[in-house]
Write a protein of this length. Structure first.
Length: 312
């Protein structure tokens, strides 16, 4: 019902419940990918997706883009060149960059998929965590994409991470293939977890809870953004996310955030180096900062420690 209300008519037979949306990625990799198949991904890309595709033996090719996300024209050229098995994307509040693909580009991606016969795996774990701006429809809702898109969702970011409850919405033939793979993996996601989530949805207002959480996360995002200019070396830049969990920053040329991490941790603060998120040549000056797990004062203190670590 929640999916249908957002423009994608859905019933129970369209959905496979998974043990977190990460399992959904693994099921799709097993069901769709043969060793040597080409997969297209955003650049940079969610790290665990790169791992799932690598385990399946895929050749992963990044699609160029900018601060708004992947370039549909570049996508079209790469599909024609490589004839990939699928495109994987987190179009809303992407991990690691926090960027959101605009509606016009989503429509263009859907058009490429229809014309080229491309499967799209649209991962949406963060989409409900919007702090500002207007919600952008799923790629799956655009003309040409609905019958070619697998939509992944999760309760981990909006209800309870420990439940490990996700789902996969897909055309029936692919859904059946994923169900067979899941039976071989774990038979089914724990019924107790599913019943707990079902009871919560029946008795509680999930939208009200998400709105409350998003309000807190917005304060934390603002606290991080307000302190980055002092914390990072002069000449650094970063993206301002409208929601989600992450800020993506790029330090000046010459900085290697992976090599610097040991010294940074010595100041009792940490970040995630950006290099592992790249399928192609990495940008070693990038860094992912998460703003949702600490309060405003802790974020301010963490940024002060980061400034000292960078010699400020």
């Amino acid at each position: 019902a929640r999916t249908a209300a957002r423009g994608l008519a859905t019933d129970a037979d369209d959905v496979l419940v998974t043990t977190g949306s990460q399992q959904a990625l693994s099921l799709l990799a097993t069901a769709l990918i043969e060793p040597g198949d080409t997969i297209l991904v955003e650049n940079p890309c969610y790290l665990a997706a790169l791992q799932a595709f690598a385990f399946a033996g895929a050749r992963v090719v990044p699609v160029p883009g900018d601060e708004l996300g992947m370039d549909p024209a570049a996508l079209d050229e790469l599909v024609a060149l490589h004839r990939p098995k699928l495109l994987y994307t987190v179009p809303t509040f992407q991990n690691p960059t926090g960027r959101t693909l605009p509606a016009a580009r989503r429509a263009a991606v859907a058009e490429v998929a229809e014309r080229r016969g491309l499967w799209i795996v649209e991962d949406d774990p963060y989409g409900e965590l919007r702090f500002e701006g207007e919600r952008v429809p799923w790629i799956a809702t655009y003309p040409g994409a609905e019958g070619r898109t697998v939509l992944l969702g999760s309760f981990s970011k909006v209800m309870a991470p420990g439940l490990r409850l996700g789902w996969l919405r897909a055309p029936r033939a692919l859904l059946r293939a994923c169900a067979v793979v899941k039976q071989a993996a774990d038979l089914h996601t724990p019924t107790v977890n599913q019943l707990a989530a079902a009871r919560y949805l029946a008795d509680s207002d999930l939208d009200a809870h998400v709105a409350k959480v998003a309000g807190v996360y917005r304060e934390r995002r603002d606290a991080m953004l307000s302190g980055l200019a002092d914390a990072l070396p002069e000449g650094s830049g970063w993206l301002r996310p409208e929601g989600g969990m992450f800020v993506w920053a790029k330090l000046p040329e010459g900085y290697d955030t992976g090599a610097l991490l040991r010294d940074v941790v010595a100041h009792d603060v940490a970040y995630v180096p950006g290099a592992p998120f790249f399928a192609g040549a990495p940008d070693v000056s990038t860094v992912r900062l998460c703003f949702v797990t600490q309060g405003v004062e802790e974020i301010a203190e963490g940024l002060r420690r980061l400034r000292r670590a960078f010699g400020g």
